[in-house]
Design a protein around this ligand. Structure first.
Ligand SMILES: Nc1nc2c(c(=O)[nH]1)N[C@H]1C(S)=C(S)[C@@H](COP(=O)(O)O)O[C@H]1N2
Ligand SMILES: [Mo]
Length: 236
């Protein structure tokens, strides 16, 4: 066998072995309480693989989606919080900064457009159903940082005055959008133009307006409201 073929064969083999080891590891818990192992191995293994699929599907089902409402229920929320919106926006100069890339708004608008009607919930006790349209954060990530698997995401306004820290799982949630339209109209400055985050699995404080910089981080990022006594996770 030539060296490439041999390497390919070994890689395939260790991949398989690894997969089986993982499956068996999983099955171990079940097998502990379910009697004879030896004769049962092929069937057991088969069951395990079926079990893994069930676990994956259950997990998928459990991925909590925030309630969606009809478009007719959407209204403009009051403008609440203007930290980091102090300077007049120069829309033509704005770029989203990510890992040394400067991305114009047009590039984000070219990503698949996604809409949903969900509730913005402020920790102060009010909420408003809003119709948002933009790009999924997960689509943005796939396009601009395809191999990044850092556990946290940090987002800051261009002036660095307002900043949020997010766990990767919530950032990658299918309803988390970088959005540029609100209730069918271009996003207004007071609501975070040119680009803002909607993350329905979190309270309003995490829905940062006028995003300037995005970073993927190993350590938990600082967070404006967490530093002022609110819960860092701020999940709903
Ligand atoms: N840059 C920035 N984003 C922000 C805030 C802020 O002060 N500055 N306030 C947050 C809070 S507390 C809420 S409830 C929502 C309010 O969004 P709205 O003004 O569109 O209703 O924005 C969030 N995003
Ligand atoms: Mo808020």
């Amino acid at each position: 066998m030539n060296p490439e073929a041999e390497l390919a064969r070994r890689t395939r083999r260790s991949f398989l072995t690894g997969g089986i080891a993982a499956a068996v590891g999983f099955a171990g818990v079940r097998w502990l309480g379910s009697g004879p192992l030896e004769q049962d191995r092929p069937a057991g293994l088969r069951r395990t693989l079926e079990n893994n699929e069930k676990v994956a599907k259950t997990y998928f089902k459990n991925t909590h989606l925030s309630t969606e409402y009809p478009k007719s229920a959407a209204r403009m929320p009051k403008s609440n919080g203007d930290e980091g919106l102090g300077d007049d926006l120069d829309a033509s100069a704005w770029r989203l900064i990510l890992d040394g890339q400067a991305i114009p708004i047009e590039d984000i608008q070219r990503l698949p457009r996604v809409e949903h009607v969900t509730e913005l919930r402020c920790v102060e006790g009010w909420s408003q159903v809003v119709h948002w349209a933009g790009a999924r954060f997960s689509d943005f990530t796939a396009r601009y940082t395809p191999r990044n698997n850092a556990p946290y995401v940090s987002m800051e306004t261009p002036d660095g005055v307002y900043y949020v820290g997010l766990d990767r799982e919530s950032a990658m949630h299918p309803q988390t959008l970088l959005f540029y339209e609100m209730n069918g109209a271009p996003l207004e400055e007071v609501h975070g133009a040119p680009l803002r985050l909607v993350i329905p699995v979190k309270y309003g404080i995490k829905n940062i307006k006028r995003i300037g910089t995005i970073r993927f981080t190993r350590d938990r990022p600082r967070d404006y409201w967490a530093e002022r006594g609110y819960d860092w996770y701020a999940g709903l």
